[in-house]
Design a protein around this ligand. Structure first.
Ligand code: NAD
Ligand code: AKB
Length: 321
């Protein structure tokens, strides 16, 4: 009989997704049943501090195991990672954190017969030549170390499921847009930074060109994807750590135009750098029909609704700070 999810450890909880997913999980599973952890302390004043927080480097197996044992963990939401842009400045560190940390999470999952491990993948699994709308199954030839680690993690997830019966699950997130915690060094960060500049009344220098189109998702849908997949019955799942999840897809120009409806004098200048090539190697959008069929995936936000909500939330946040 498989364990139920009752005691969750979130790694990388101080990051863009973790800072919000931890709170959403605490609402569902109880404040004391969701343990936040990260190598970095949470931002000052972060509501993460209202629950248990452990300082943890996921590459250290013994320290990871101690936290698992101390809190009687049955589920790991493994978010600790180095993202695409930062990963290119230190590919070895990117490999060590992403692969070393995930192997530790998977091995602890097996050792403690855990209920589930949730580990996100990314649109970074694809590389040049991918169809504009990326299929669920197809060739994965990433050109970044981050992408290489994500393909490896997806493959490891399949391996651990078949070899040990470990229930590993994950979605290929698009670029995530949110107002709470700034993104941690990815290629899609421009789609968040643009809002800070607009709300502050400053000009935005964009590191990709105006025609760059990528799949994106607003944080409420990002949280929904993780929570819905965690709750799905395992017998319905035909995939493990590699579900495509779509939401919206837009060019920088169309994002800028949508924001200008609120800030007509907002200015943008394009100065593409090394991240342009990374963005160009990723698809415009994804086919998420398998996630819709297997576990009822259904996003709620489109571009206009996301822009309206982001501006409202950032105005409040920046007025406070
Ligand atoms: P982030 O960079 O904001 O947060 C990652 C966190 O991991 C940081 O708080 C960092 O301190 C922590 N970390 C780094 N090294 C660590 C270590 N050795 N031990 C413990 N913690 C460590 O990233 P995020 O955007 O919150 O991403 C979370 C997950 O979602 C990652 O797996 C990422 O690849 C994936 N993802 C994110 C996006 C996105 O747009 N945010 C898109 C696709 C996939
Ligand atoms: C990045 O740009 O590296 C991330 C991602 C899409 O995985 N936001």
């Amino acid at each position: 009989m498989k364990k139920e999810t009752k005691r969750i450890l979130v790694t990388g909880a101080s990051g863009q997704i973790g800072s919000e997913l931890t709170l959403a999980l605490r609402k569902i599973y109880g404040n004391d049943n969701v343990i936040a952890s990260d190598i970095a302390e949470p931002q000052q004043g972060s509501p993460l501090a209202n629950g248990i927080f452990e300082k943890l480097d996921v590459t250290n197996f013994d320290a990871f195991e101690q936290v698992v044992k101390k809190h009687n963990i049955d589920t790991i939401v493994h978010l600790a990672a180095i993202l695409s842009a930062v990963g290119e400045s230190n590919p070895t560190r990117c490999w060590n954190v992403n692969i070393g940390g995930t192997l530790n999470a998977f091995n602890l999952g097996v050792k403690y017969e855990m209920s589930k491990i949730f580990v996100p993948s990314s649109i970074a699994v694809w590389g040049p030549g991918i169809p504009k709308i990326a299929p669920q199954d197809g060739v994965l030839k990433p050109k970044t170390m981050y992408g290489v680690t994500k393909v490896t993690i997806e493959t490891l997830g399949d391996y651990y499921f078949h070899k040990y019966g470990l229930d590993c699950r994950g979605v290929r997130y698009p670029g995530i847009i949110s107002s709470e915690t700034p993104p941690g060094g990815g290629t899609t960060d421009y789609a968040v930074e643009i809002f800070y500049k607009a709300v502050r009344g400053e000009k935005f220098i964009c590191f990709v060109n105006e025609n760059t189109r990528l799949p994106m998702m607003y944080m409420p849908d990002c949280l929904k994807a993780a929570i819905d997949l965690l709750k799905a019955p395992v017998e319905n799942l035909t995939h493990h750590c590699d579900y495509n999840v779509g939401s919206m897809s837009f060019t920088v120009k169309s994002l800028y135009e949508e924001i200008r409806k609120y800030y007509p004098n907002f200015e943008i200048e394009y100065k593409p750098d090394y991240r342009q090539a990374i963005a160009d190697s990723w698809p415009d959008d994804v086919d998420d029909s398998v996630a819709r069929k297997d576990w009822g995936w259904q996003p709620e936000y489109d571009l206009p609704r996301m822009v309206e909500d982001m501006i409202e939330k950032l105005k409040v946040k920046l007025a406070r700070n």
